[in-house]
Design a protein around this ligand. Structure first.
Ligand SMILES: [Zn+2]
Length: 336
């Protein structure tokens, strides 16, 4: 088979902070690749979480960018975990147009113990709980929420489970995060990079999507659950995407086009237009004022410290400072 001729020259280097959709028509595969440079560096550097937490959050940011950019909606896509590991909660918020923000809540003592015991894989940090994916299209629209269990596996495992159970779409996701060290005049500089690839099997006839057996959980021990063999095209696609190495996802000198060509050139691969992402928080003084106005005067009085109220945005660490008199009932006329 003759591979498709690209209609434009592949970029020689990684185009950072982009998501590139692609298609392998011969195998009914669709996918996308996310490459994050300054965006993930800005978010992770600003938070300055302990290293393993930064890495986990970087993976979640790459995953949210892959999912969020694949959905057609106007609003927010929120990926959130809640679990019993040292990282209790993790939130990535992807707003239409590719604006990303993210934060984590973790238990410092348990994290230190986990680091000392070298149990810092994403699965170990998360523990058990659930991953929720929410599409929020504004106050008067229905919120859509999908939930999947996190069971000691990482975010990749949770994503596979989600697509298999909720969407019945065979899906493979690979995520990678690392700090890039560069020699500079004042010594080496560190910069976070992240990348990910999502591959989905979307044949026209749904029966070809038959997945591996979903264990119903009630079979007596030792009983083999009969499973349908997976479709050959999906077996091939899955095997190819599983060969992707972490370095290929984050290497600034390997472009996304070259990466997908490397993987799928024998079958022919077509890439579509890039989408861009940016690190941008939606907090504002007006939003914070409105939030404070929604509290009772009593609650606001209790927030006064050293003669002022200060509110820190958990996503971007921006601090908003108010004089107590500034947010009194009746002042709402200044808000729109
Ligand atoms: Zn903010």
């Amino acid at each position: 088979m003759i591979p498709d001729i690209p209609t434009r020259k592949p970029s020689p280097h990684s185009a950072d902070d982009t998501i590139l959709p692609f298609e392998v028509a011969a195998l009914d595969l669709r996918g996308r690749v996310v490459r994050l440079g300054p965006v993930v560096d800005e978010i992770l550097t600003r938070h300055d979480y302990p290293l393993p937490v930064s890495k986990l959050l970087g993976e979640a940011i790459a995953l949210a960018a892959l999912f969020g950019s694949s959905l057609k909606f106007d609003g927010r896509f929120i990926l959130q975990t809640q679990s019993d590991g040292p990282v209790r909660m993790l939130v990535v918020d992807y707003a239409t147009g590719g604006r990303l923000r993210a934060c984590v809540r973790f238990d410092r003592k348990r994290l230190e113990e986990a680091i000392a015991a070298r149990a810092v894989s994403p699965g170990a940090l998360l523990g058990r709980g659930h991953l929720a994916m929410t599409i929020d299209q504004g106050a008067d629209m229905n919120r859509y929420q999908g939930l999947v269990a996190i069971d000691g596996g990482g975010l990749e495992a949770a994503a596979h489970e989600y697509f298999q159970r909720s969407e019945q779409i065979p899906t493979r996701v690979r995520l990678a995060v690392a700090e890039e060290l560069r020699a500079g005049q004042d010594g080496p500089t560190r910069r976070w990079r992240a990348g990910g690839i999502m591959l989905q099997f979307l044949p026209k006839s749904p029966e070809r999507r038959r997945g591996p057996d979903l264990d119903p959980g009630d079979a007596p021990q030792g009983v083999q659950i009969p499973s349908m063999p997976e479709d050959d095209a999906w077996v091939e696609g899955k095997a190819l995407v599983e060969t992707v190495e972490d370095i290929e996802l984050i290497d600034p000198d390997l472009s996304t086009e070259r990466l997908v060509y490397r993987l799928f050139h024998e079958r022919g691969v077509r890439v579509f237009g890039n989408a861009n992402v940016a690190a941008e928080c939606s907090c504002s003084r007006d939003n914070v004022t409105a939030m404070l106005m929604s509290f009772s005067q009593d609650d606001r009085d209790q927030m006064v410290e050293d003669g002022r109220i200060s509110v820190t945005c958990e996503f971007c660490n921006r601090v908003y400072v108010f004089q107590p008199g500034e947010v009194e009932a009746g002042e709402s006329g200044t808000l729109n």
